[in-house]
Design a protein around this ligand. Structure first.
Ligand code: GDP
Ligand code: IMO
Ligand code: MG
Length: 427
């Protein structure tokens, strides 16, 4: 058996949570491979909306196990809150959730360091979610971090004190940064205590054993390919590998065990936080996209920047990830427009190019658009491929031709049910 990977091809918030929830019944195990509570994955079903941050989006199904992989960073405070919320919905977390001993812990001082670093950057700030992601991955690669498995070790308190001391010395270098660590720390230590009752595993062994037994595994990504630490719009990125290779390092899965790579994209584009965004619209069209798509962050509530779909960027993401099937989200949002635009090329140093160059700063890169007729029809009640308007089918076929990968699912609303499969086998 192989591990299928599902990940975002843009700047995050493509709708990963919704689709993982929809396809979970096809799998035995759902495993998150990177990121942490910077993610906000929204699921809607039976008239209810749920937002998950660290826990895999398969958790609402009874017959699947959910694994938080070694590549994930966990804030015990947020994790505990998420678990408590799930218990209110009768999810048996103890039975359904397994956590890698090798996942790293976000300390309260990581959050402070994130905030201090952003404050110091001023108008050059990354627009971080302020969840402590960057400093935690820095400590991981710097070989200072604390891991989930350490929580049960005899010297946990000592090791915590030592790292905290180091962070406090670092914080002393940020001028004018004020903080009150005590209440944050108390809450964190209580949450660590709470975590001790959860199920910790050596997830690389567990997952490979499951594969050997013939179980199907779905790896769930967070953020998006254009936020990848290596291939995203650096430095305006997150601090992990969000691409398919991240599923190998974030779960302990060998590259030759990867099967399908599902790439999710919105029928348009959004970005939250700072950094270049070639097709961003600063006009009423951008505002209409935001209003119709309810484009406000699931984690921070910040308004998302909006623009037309960007083919050079998508082609790049497809290449880096080895995408085998595409999933197009939020087609219903484009119903608001007479015509829909697609960025086919960039104008770059007086030339037309169709690839993503080293710098995609708007001062150097100008998008070139092709217009296609809109469909102007409410899609949200449609459930069948035959019902889709001709103009939407034309749009889909045009994208497939340009991207050279089949679009196997079209999403027409946030609910589980509002999902149209274009081929009989998704997974
Ligand atoms: P994720 O981070 O990739 O899981 O995506 P988010 O949950 O942050 O953002 C996607 C948002 O779009 C959520 O509010 C979803 O409920 C919503 N959504 C997902 N699919 C669709 C769709 O096809 N149409 C509409 N209108 N909303 C959708
Ligand atoms: P999901 O999984 C959208 C963005 C932040 C910021 C940059 C760095 O819901 O798609 P960080 O807190 O990671 O240091 O922030 O990355 N960002 C996201 N944007 N969706 C996400 O996750 C994101 N996670 C981080 O806005 O620009
Ligand atoms: Mg999100």
């Amino acid at each position: 058996m192989k591990v299928d990977v599902l990940l975002g091809l843009q700047w995050g918030d493509e709708g990963k949570g919704k689709i993982v929830d929809v396809i979970t019944p096809d799998y035995g195990v759902i495993a998150r491979f990177q990121g942490g509570p910077n993610a906000g994955h929204t699921l809607e079903f039976e008239g209810r909306k749920h937002v998950l941050h660290t826990i895999p989006s398969g958790i609402f199904h009874d017959n699947q196990l959910n694994v938080v992989g070694n590549g994930v960073v966990i804030d015990p405070v947020i994790f505990r809150r998420e678990i408590e919320k799930l218990k209110e919905h009768n999810v048996d977390v103890n039975k359904q959730l397994l956590i890698s001993r090798k996942a790293h812990l976000i300390l309260p001082t990581h959050r402070l360091l994130d905030a201090a670093s952003e404050q110091e950057k001023g108008n050059k700030k990354i627009g971080s979610t302020l969840k402590g992601i960057g400093p935690t991955y820095m400590d991981k690669t710097g070989r200072n971090g604390l891991r989930v498995g350490d929580v049960l070790g005899p010297q946990f308190e000592e090791r915590y004190e030592s790292l905290r001391g180091k962070h406090l010395r670092l914080l002393g270098h940020f001028e004018g940064f004020e903080f009150d660590l005590d209440p944050m720390e108390k809450e964190w230590l209580d949450a660590v205590e709470y975590m001790r009752d959860l199920t910790f595993i050596d997830s690389e062994h567990y997952l490979n054993n499951q594969l050997r037994k013939g179980e199907r595994i779905l790896a769930e990504g967070a953020q998006g390919s254009l936020l990848d630490i290596d291939f995203g719009s650096y430095p305006f990125v997150t601090s992990s590998n969000t691409i398919s290779a991240g599923a190998c390092t974030g779960l302990g899965i060998a590259p030759n065990r990867i099967g399908e790579v599902f790439g999710i994209f919105k029928a348009y584009c959004t970005r939250v936080g700072s950094g270049p965004f070639p097709t961003e619209l600063h006009d009423e069209t951008g505002e209409l996209l935001r209003a119709k798509g309810h484009e406000f962050g699931a984690t921070t509530g910040r308004p998302r920047r909006c623009g037309w779909i960007d083919l050079p960027a998508l082609k790049y993401a497809i290449m880096i990830n080895g995408v085998t099937r595409l999933i197009m989200m939020k087609a219903d949002v484009l119903s608001a427009f007479e015509e829909v635009k697609v960025c086919t090329h960039y104008e770059y140093n007086g030339e037309e190019i169709d690839y993503l160059p080293y710098s995609i700063d708007p001062s150097e890169v100008k998008p070139v658009y092709k217009s296609l007729p809109g469909w102007h029809q409410d899609l949200t009640g449609m459930r069948n491929i035959d019902e889709l308007p001709k103009e939407l089918n034309d749009y889909i076929e045009y994208l497939e031709k340009q991207l050279e990968v089949p679009i196997t699912v079209v999403s027409v609303g946030p609910d589980r049910e509002q999902t149209i499969r274009r081929d009989s086998v998704l997974a």
